[in-house]
Each structure stands twice: as C-alpha cells, then as structure tokens.
Design a protein around this ligand. Structure first.
Ligand code: 5GP
Length: 194
C-alpha cells in the first residue's frame, strides 16, 4: 500500500536493525485518515471470506482494525493484555511473548464474543516473530471458530512470523513488507531488484 509505505519512509523512525518506531501515525498519535484507508484495504482483501468478527489486540491493533470491521459490517473485538477486574473466568486465554517489551503477557477474550459459528479476521499492527498472531489464532481456535486469515499493517519480513504462519496454513496479508532496516533507512520487499 503506497500511502502506508510513504508514511513509514517519511514519518517512521528506525530505532535499530530490528525495531521500527511509528508513534507518529500508528502507535501513539494516530493518523486517522491513513488508518481508515488501511482498514478499508483489509476489508477489500477479505470481503469474499464471510468474515463475522474482526479480532485484534490492545492497544495498537485497534486503530487499523476499526475501519476494517466497519467496512465488513462486523463487530471488532480486542484481546485484553491482562485479566481486568471486571472480567470473570468466562474467558479464552493465551500467552504471548512480546517482542518489544521482552515479557510474556496473558491475553484474554470473553467467551461471549467468539463462538464456533464465527469466521474471524485477525489484524495486528506489526508482524515480527508471530507470537501475537499465534496467540490470537489460539484464542479463535479455542472458540472452535475459523481463522480466515491475518491482516498485518507492517510486516518485518526479515523475521520469521510469516514463515511460521504460512507453514501452519494461514493466509497472511501485509500492507507493507519490510526487507531491511538499516541506519535510518527502510527497504521494502517490493523494491528489491531481482
Ligand atoms: P510478534 O508477536 O510478531 O513477534 O511481534 C508483533 C508484536 O510486537 C506487535 O503486536 C507489535 O506491537 C510489536 N512489535 C514487533 N516489532 C515491532 C516494531 O518494530 N515496532 C513496533 N512499534 N512494534 C513492534
């Protein structure tokens, strides 16, 4: 998605060869027009897949998922990172190791919101080693529901998340695929000369 790649180039901040900071439009301040376009693109990609729910993870997955769910006319559910006091034991639970925070979090979704009749589109802001995606897939499968695929805003293709997900048979649609982060410069997969 050209507009997204332009935002990454112009407003992203390469923190290291592994980490891209996008606080200017996704992870802190939200560019609502760009995120609306991102959500519409996910909806376009999955419009024939009978999606009944969109699932993401708090907090940065919410902005790019909102318009996808709106365009697909489905509810949006966000997994919570810790059991809140208002949440009882009526939850699906999985564990996710956070690439950026270097810690393991419990993620939970109420059993009221996903069931065996659902076809779920999973959306997240980044795909690195696939831990967040695999945790969300685990929750959908605990519910007996179907995973239609994964919509990723920014995939770091030099990490092995996509490989793991595709090996398990899941469809991955990433709107920007990064080949390399180097000294303040981002190279995208589709810019590589073959
Ligand atoms: P994974 O679970 O695929 O290893 O990592 C994806 C999760 O870690 C995403 O939910 C995202 O919040 C975070 N993450 C991974 N890499 C980056 C990165 O380079 N920048 C930012 N801002 N978040 C990242």
């Amino acid at each position: 998605m050209e507009k997204l790649k332009q935002a990454i180039r112009e407003r992203g901040n390469v923190l290291s060869s592994e980490v891209l900071k996008v606080d200017t439009f996704l992870n802190h301040q939200v560019d609502v027009n760009l995120m609306a376009a991102v959500g519409e693109e996910f909806a376009r990609l999955f419009k024939k897949d009978g999606i009944t729910k969109v699932l993401t993870i708090e907090s940065s997955g919410i902005a790019p998922s909102f318009m996808a769910a709106s365009s697909l006319n489905t509810p949006l559910i966000f997994a919570r990172k810790k059991k809140s006091l208002t949440m009882n034991e009526n939850v699906y639970n999985s564990q996710v190791y956070s690439f950026t925070k270097r810690e393991t979090n419990d993620i939970t979704v109420s059993k009221d919101f996903i069931n065996a009749n659902d076809t779920v589109l999973i959306i997240d802001d980044f795909l690195a080693n696939g831990q967040a995606a695999l945790g969300l897939i685990d929750i959908v499968e605990q519910a007996g529901a179907k995973v239609a695929g994964l919509g990723i805003v920014i995939e770091k293709s030099f990490q092995d998340g996509r490989k793991k997900l595709e090996k398990d048979g899941y469809r991955v649609e990433s709107l920007a695929r990064i080949h390399e982060l180097k000294a303040g410069h981002v190279t995208f997969v589709d810019e590589l000369v073959t």
